[in-house]
Design a protein around this ligand. Structure first.
Ligand code: ATP
Ligand code: MG
Length: 476
């Protein structure tokens, strides 16, 4: 009742007094004692406040929720299933009825606020997500806060994520960055739509592009012909444009296949790489046990012979891979002779069947970063173990060394940020498509009603925090 008063007090003259009962006195012999009746009366009198919805259908929906709050939601034995029902109805909504606050929100919220089970669920982080989001969203609004402050029922105060102070735009400066000389790159693999984790990567790169008046390269990482799908390239370019990101240059890792191959051969010639036909399972076991391959000390000629087999894609060649000769006893698993090239017989969307061998991402990335002039290679922290390998490749080839600058991966609870998993939902027909509003894809988020500006601010806020801490978990 107090919440309703708070929302109609500009339209209706009303005097509130503290007492033992909840009564609304309308005239000398007319008073209401039922909370919902009080709320209904006030909402009808203060029609311009819009608390009763804006059409007949919405009036009826509001009535439904009022009844729901007074019956199911107020009955202990039905409470949990009522909350589930509420959660379901809120899954794609901000308010219970229509697009604005109504009595439905006020009455359902108030019953929850007074319910101990709900408060416990909130505290233990067990409350259903949509209901929790909606509850927290209302809780921080001024009217709810001011009623809450006067409220004396003593329900425990629950800390909501929304109470956190916004921490926007605290980007960390780039070490060794010179105005006008910074070159960064965003290298997606064209195997799905961009999600908001990718948006973080792309926006972060753009930030440095803009602030250092530098250059942003948009590079399709197409080292793996199996995964690459041309349709997705178009989609990704559109997604990038939607985020108002303007790359200065567009490239493909495959533009450099010839150079990468020359470098691989240089490593073979110099005894820094060897061809190995050890079966995958055994190679994995040998890596774990730090055992050297029987081919590790083959002579250069033997390696070149086996490499030819690989390049031709012969049956034997297909059982081989090219490995860097680094250190099988290293504590860093990435240094135990990683794979540089593997044989694949599938045609590549851009180079067709010119090649039967393709570089791994780990081998291609440092070379392409170096030749494209990238000064700062932004990578997520889970690549950290591979930095040593990245620098080994650069040094072994004697090429220019980019600076690796780490940032943390965006992780969200209650959703998945992985193209592989999102693809599964799409293929199973469980969603509308890649732009389903429940999806954390750039398009899904925008379709759900988020603005590009809002998304940017969200990412900026994460970056400020994320540079310093890895463990912040956000909820979708
Ligand atoms: P996914 O598992 O979704 O396929 P990915 O890393 O394999 O992710 P890529 O297309 O290779 O996808 O990623 C392009 C860029 O986006 C890379 O630089 C990658 O590190 C970055 N990126 C991907 N996911 C995230 C995330 N959740 N947070 C921050 N950056 C991310
Ligand atoms: Mg990847």
């Amino acid at each position: 009742a107090l919440l309703t008063v708070e929302h109609v007090k500009n339209d209706v003259e009303i005097l509130v007094e503290e007492g033992k009962e909840t009564i609304l006195r309308v005239a000398e012999h007319v008073s209401f004692t039922d909370v919902n009746s009080i709320a209904r009366y006030l909402a009808r009198v203060a029609g311009s406040a819009g608390l009763y919805g804006s059409n007949l259908l919405e009036h009826t929906e509001v009535d439904h929720w009022l009844e729901f709050s007074a019956t199911k939601l107020s009955t202990a034995s039905q409470f949990l299933s009522a909350v589930q029902e509420l959660n379901h109805c809120l899954s794609l909504r901000t308010y219970l009825v229509g697009n604005s606050l109504s009595l439905a929100d006020l009455c359902v919220w108030a019953v929850l606020k007074d319910n101990n089970i709900w408060q416990e669920q909130l505290q233990q982080n067990k409350a259903p997500v949509h209901a929790k989001r909606w509850y927290g969203f209302l809780e921080v609004q001024r009217a709810f806060q001011s009623v809450g402050a006067k409220w004396t029922s003593g329900t425990p105060k629950v800390k909501m994520a929304t109470e956190k102070k916004a921490d926007v735009g605290k980007f960390v400066e780039l070490p060794g960055a010179e105005m006008g000389k910074v070159i960064v790159r965003f290298p997606p693999e064209a195997s799905g739509y961009l999600h908001i984790g990718h948006a973080k990567a792309a926006l972060l790169n753009q930030h440095y592009q803009v602030n250092f008046k530098g250059k942003l390269i948009m590079r399709f990482d197409d080292t793996n012909p199996e995964k690459e799908k041309e349709d997705f390239e178009k989609v990704i370019l559109e997604d990038v444009a939607m985020l108002h990101i303007k790359p200065d240059q567009f490239t493909y890792t495959s533009d450099h296949f010839e150079t990468i191959m020359k470098y691989a051969e240089k490593l073979i010639q110099e005894g820094k790489a060897y061809v190995d036909d050890t079966p995958a399972e055994q190679m994995k076991a040998e890596r774990e046990q730090r055992v050297e391959s029987k081919h590790r000390n083959n002579c250069v000629n033997k390696n070149l012979q086996m490499w030819e087999e690989m390049k031709k894609g012969t049956e034997y060649g297909q059982t081989c891979c090219l490995r860097a000769k680094i250190d099988m006893s290293s504590n860093n698993g990435c240094m135990r002779d990683p794979t540089l090239y593997r044989c694949k017989n599938q045609p590549h969307p851009r180079t067709g069947s010119t090649y039967k061998v393709y570089p791994t991402y780990d081998f291609a990335c440092p070379i392409v970063d170096s030749i494209e002039g990238v000064t700062h290679a932004l990578r997520t922290t889970e690549y950290h173990d591979r930095d040593e390998q990245f620098y080994w490749i650069i040094e072994a080839l004697g090429i220019r060394k980019p600076y690796i600058w780490e940032y943390s991966r965006l992780n969200l609870n209650n959703t998945v940020l992985s193209k592989r998993k999102l693809t599964w939902f799409v293929n199973e027909g469980l969603v509308d498509g890649w732009d389903d509003p429940r999806f954390p894809t750039v398009r899904g988020v925008l379709r759900r009603g988020m603005t590009v500006e809002g998304l940017k601010q969200f990412i900026a806020a994460q970056v400020g925090i994320f540079f310093f801490s890895d463990s912040l978990n956000l909820t979708w």
